[in-house]
Structures are given as structure tokens and as C-alpha cells.
Design a protein around this ligand. Structure first.
Ligand code: GLC
Length: 413
């Protein structure tokens, strides 16, 4: 089978790393299959896919289009009007770009198209004029996206089936895509959960660990410290500020905090600025105890260097790949456990939780874990077990291969 992936970003966010995992596991399961990838932006995703033997092609989106997005913090009326005007101004560039995408699809002549990002679900649906089987893979909620939920509902009959990264995302998608309207008997495409998975050899308790202090330009500590990190894209809802504030309360303890990750997205208003976060940490006097690594190539090495991983998302997390990566490395996780992230952990067994936004509670959890190496050890090894049972990458290839084979001949999942 010939599979073509569509992804708007060329960077390595959670959805893109998952895409690389999907391809690697499918190659293991079906060595005879061939894979292509079209992105709307160049970047490390493209080179990493090429290294896996994928035929890659970059079709740059006009900048006006790549900056468009509806995942901003505020979506009051002026914001909506602005987005509406921007969309109206994008009609012609979209049509021209969609023609190019159509040609690129036909040149690759895939048996199935798998689109991996919201923008590509819409753009791909229109560019797929020859109606090849098309799978949308949802890594995000659509219900809270004022434009996307309408756009996806509008083109839902152009897509063969939908994959969701958690039951929580699946239920949200069903609500939008499967809602029946008077004369629409179909009720939209089938939506199936396929949990992400990681390479358990790469994300493992054993292997090289990064020197976090050197990465952040911090002096080595004079006495041993407990290292606590938050790994995330810079999306505004990942709880960066809560994490910094919690570390502020813990200033007197032998604890160091690390913010791991850098900006990835082009859509305006969708992310925190690294400079603002650095300014906040300096304002709180945390400069000797809190470091910023920026984007890291090898997250497993960074996780291995931490004692505690914090996942502080302030709104429901579609999946929470970092939680699984941390568990696979045998690290204790503190999470807000909202949305899909709640499906990954068993609180008290392999993770601790706190109510999103309650910085005091987060502080207490960090303190509790920082002073108990036994608890860290217990949660960490239970986490590794969970990762081995539920999030082994070898499961992915089989599950996806099955879904593709069914979608190709129009059978239900
Ligand atoms: C998106 C989601 C994140 C998930 C990732 C991979 O980035 O926000 O929760 O882990 O996709 O599915």
C-alpha cells in the first residue's frame, strides 16, 4: 500500500513526533508499504521523515495562511471578526495552493491519504479531488475551535474515517462530526481512538542523560538538588506560568526547575513567549534556580536528567505525549489529568495530580515528591510498567495498518 501523509507544520510538536512513530512502526509491520509526506513548511519533521525512507515534499503555504489560526486565548467578537476578514482574504491564495496540493497528491498517487493536522484536514479534503480514501487524524479538540469545528463539519463527508488520539478527543469529535441534521442520514464519518505510542528503547530509564544546567547556562549546584521539569510546546494553555510560580514558592528548597521546549507554531496568538516567561522568572528572583533549555533534539535524555516531570496544562489535554514519555523513562509525573491525559495515568499508582490552575497544590505535590525518593521510585517504576503495557510503539503499526486496510476498501473499523 502507498500512504501519503499531510502535515502543515515542519517542526516537531507532539503530533509530528507521533507521525514519525506511526511511520516507523508501520515500516516494521509492513516493510513492503511505501510512504510519502507533504508538509506546508520545511523543518526537522521533513528531514527525520526522509531519514526513515519517506518521499518528502514541501509546499510552502503563503505566510498569510500559515499565520491563520483559531486557538488563541481570547475569542471575543473583535477576534472573530478579524479572523473572518482574514479568512475572506485567504480565499484566492487557498485555491491556488490547493491546486498545487492536488497535483502533488496525484503525482504520488497514494492508495490512502492520512492528514495529521487540522489545517491539512480542511485543505486536503478540497485538494483530494479524485476522492482517494482520506483519514483525518485528530490530535486536538475541535469543539472549542470556532472556525475549525465548522470547517470540518462542512467537509466531513469528504473524509473516509477519523482517528482520535484519546477517547476524550474522540467524543468531542463525534459530537461535532456525527451530529445528525434533518436530512443527513449518514451522520458523518466513523471516529476511532488510536492511542499514541513511544519507542520504549529510546524512552527508557537507561541511557545518556543531558546536563540540564549546562543546557540552561546555570552554575552547577553546590549541593545536590531535585530536578523538576515541564516539557511542552509553548501553547498558552500548557501551564508554564503556574509551573514558574510553584518553583517560586519552593525557592528555599534544594529544588531546581527547568522549562523544556521552544516556540513552534506560526499561528498568531497561540503561544507564550519564551522572553516573557524568562522575564517572569527573573522578576521572581529565580535566575539561579530556574533554567530554560529551548527546543531539545532528544527529549529522552532530558527526561532522564529530571527527578520529577510536571504536566501543568490548564485546559483538557488532548493526549499528553509527554506524560507517556516520562512514564516510559521511569519518572514520576505530576499532572492536571484533564481530558485525554486522565486516560493515561492511574492517580496514586503511577502519577500524582492536582487541580489545574491551583498553584498551591502543585507546589505541595512537588514538595511531597522532592522529599521522598521512595515515592518517586514507586511511581516511576509503575509508570514504566504502564508504558510497556499500553504505549509500546509496536502496537501502533498493527492498529494503523488494520485501519488503513479497512478504510481503503470502505469497510467499517
Ligand atoms: C497534540 C496534543 C497533545 C498530544 C499530541 C500528540 O500536540 O495537544 O496532547 O500529545 O498532539 O497526539
Amino acid at each position: 500500500m502507498k500512504i501519503l501523509y499531510l502535515n502543515s507544520s515542519g517542526g516537531l510538536g507532539g503530533a509530528e513526533v507521533c507521525l514519525l512513530d506511526m511511520i516507523a512502526s508501520l515500516k516494521q509491520e509492513h516493510p513492503e508499504w511505501t510512504f510519502g509526506l507533504i508538509t506546508a513548511q520545511d523543518g526537522p519533521l521533513v528531514s527525520r521523515a526522509a531519514a526513515l525512507g519517506v518521499t518528502t515534499r514541501v509546499l510552502p503555504l503563503p505566510p498569510r495562511l500559515s499565520r491563520l489560526g483559531d486557538s488563541k486565548r481570547a475569542s471575543g467578537m473583535p477576534g472573530k471578526i478579524k479572523l473572518g476578514l482574514q479568512l475572506a482574504a485567504s480565499v484566492f491564495p487557498v485555491r491556488a495552493w490547493s491546486r498545487q496540493l492536488h497535483q502533488a497528491i496525484e503525482e504520488f498517487a497514494p492508495d490512502l491519504i492520512h492528514s495529521n493536522t487540522l489545517k491539512m484536514h480542511v485543505l486536503g479534503s478540497f485538494a483530494n479531488r479524485t476522492r482517494r480514501p482520506l483519514i483525518w487524524h485528530l490530535h486536538d479538540y475541535i469543539g472549542s475551535r470556532p472556525f475549525m469545528r465548522r470547517a470540518l463539519r462542512f467537509c466531513r463527508n469528504r473524509c473516509t474515517a477519523v482517528l482520535a488520539n484519546s477517547n476524550s478527543v474522540r467524543d468531542d469529535a463525534r459530537h461535532i462530526l456525527n451530529r445528525r441534521t434533518g436530512n443527513d442520514e449518514l451522520g458523518g464519518p466513523e471516529v476511532l481512538t488510536v492511542y499514541n505510542a513511544v519507542d520504549l528503547n529510546e524512552f527508557s530509564p537507561h541511557g545518556p542523560a543531558a546536563n540540564l544546567d549546562a543546557l540552561c547556562g546555570l552554575q552547577p549546584p553546590a549541593a545536590p538538588v531535585v530536578r523538576v521539569g515541564l516539557l511542552a510546546t509553548m501553547a498558552w494553555w500548557k501551564g508554564h506560568r503556574d509551573f514558574i510560580e510553584a518553583l517560586d514558592v519552593l525557592q528555599a528548597e534544594a529544588i531546581r526547575g527547568y522549562m523544556i521546549g521552544g516556540p513552534l507554531y506560526e499561528s498568531v496568538g497561540s503561544q507564550e513567549s519564551l522572553d516573557d516567561l524568562k522575564a517572569l522568572s527573573a522578576e521572581l528572583g529565580l535566575q539561579d534556580q530556574f533554567g530554560f533549555t529551548g527546543f531539545v533534539e532528544k527529549p529522552a535524555e532530558v527526561i532522564r536528567a529530571l527527578d520529577i516531570v510536571v504536566h501543568a496544562s490548564t485546559r483538557p489535554e488532548p493526549f499528553g505525549r509527554v506524560v507517556v514519555e516520562a512514564m516510559a523513562c521511569g519518572k514520576p509525573v505530576i499532572t492536571t489529568a484533564l481530558g485525554g491525559a486522565a486516560e493515561l495515568v492511574s492517580i496514586g499508582d503511577n502519577a500524582l495530580n492536582y487541580q489545574a490552575g491551583e498553584v498551591e497544590k502543585l507546589t505541595l505535590r512537588i514538595f511531597e515528591l522532592a522529599r521522598s525518593p521512595q515515592l518517586r521510585q514507586k511511581l516511576g517504576s509503575a509508570g514504566r510498567e504502564t508504558a510497556e503495557k499500553k504505549f509500546d510503539r509496536r502496537r501502533l503499526g498493527k492498529q494503523l495498518g488494520d485501519a488503513y486496510s479497512k478504510a481503503k476498501v470502505g469497510r467499517k473499523f
